[in-house]
Design a protein around this ligand. Sequence first.
Ligand code: NCD
Length: 304
Amino acid sequence: MKDLIDILDLSLAEIDELIDVANDIIANPDNYREKCKYKKLATLFFEPSTRTRLSFEAAMYELGGNVLGFSEAQSSSAAKGESVSDTVRTVEAYADIIAMRHPKEGAPTVAAMKTQIPIINAGDGGHNHPTQTLTDLLTIKREVGRLDNLTIGLCGDLKFGRTVHSLIQAMVRYKNVKFIMISPKELKLPEYLIEEVLLKNKIEFVETESLDESMDKLDILYMTRVQKERFFNEADYVRLKDTYILTPEKLERAKDTMRVLHPLPRVNEISVEVDNDPRACYFRQAKNGKYIRMALIMKLLGIE
Ligand code: NCD
């Protein structure tokens, strides 16, 4: 495997191995401080980001490597009309590995075909976000202790939310995982995921508009923000953006062992009073993102 474009590029055994390495990094960070000495990571971000870009950069620094890149399309030659292919063919002369975020679905796939160095998809449009999924899997494993036998509620923008799309594709490979898809009608999961992933794999799922209805059954509640930047008109966004707001009262019916995840950034969908609840683990999740990216960078660079 040269690149990570889609979570399905990784087998379950490879995911287990990345999780094990991430846990070992958390336990023994000193063993990893020079693993990427003299290596360079380029972060090419054509779309806004806080956690994904900074956690990639922190990951590379903690491995003893260096980082270069840009954080907005406007400050790169894309603003002059350069193609993604030409950008990556240039960057491969300066870096050993690239993490790329792009508003166009499939851009990292094109990039990967044009260069010999590993490309990591750090989010492509409303499509996929495999390193967020690795972060989510590490978080679920650390918080709940298992990746099988789970009832997972996915709540919010299931149409445009790329983290949800990648997470579903990852989770259907584990035994006895059920989904409750909670969204307004307009933001339901795309048909291709229902047909090609859920039905094809005979996965148990329900679609509902109610967040309260199944609260007591969930092992994981994965909240997402309504993806403003993917809407065609502002009025629809405004009407839908506050459909779900998780509050301490709503959480009263949830199991003590349930965990609330959110890829972040949060807008209004989780009230800040929930943050102190021990079940809220989104900031721990953000931290896990750095460790799993350290494991991934080492794997793609072929470092033991
Ligand atoms: C997510 C993304 O970019 O898709 N953010 C992230 O990487 N943690 C989620 C979002 O932007 O809503």
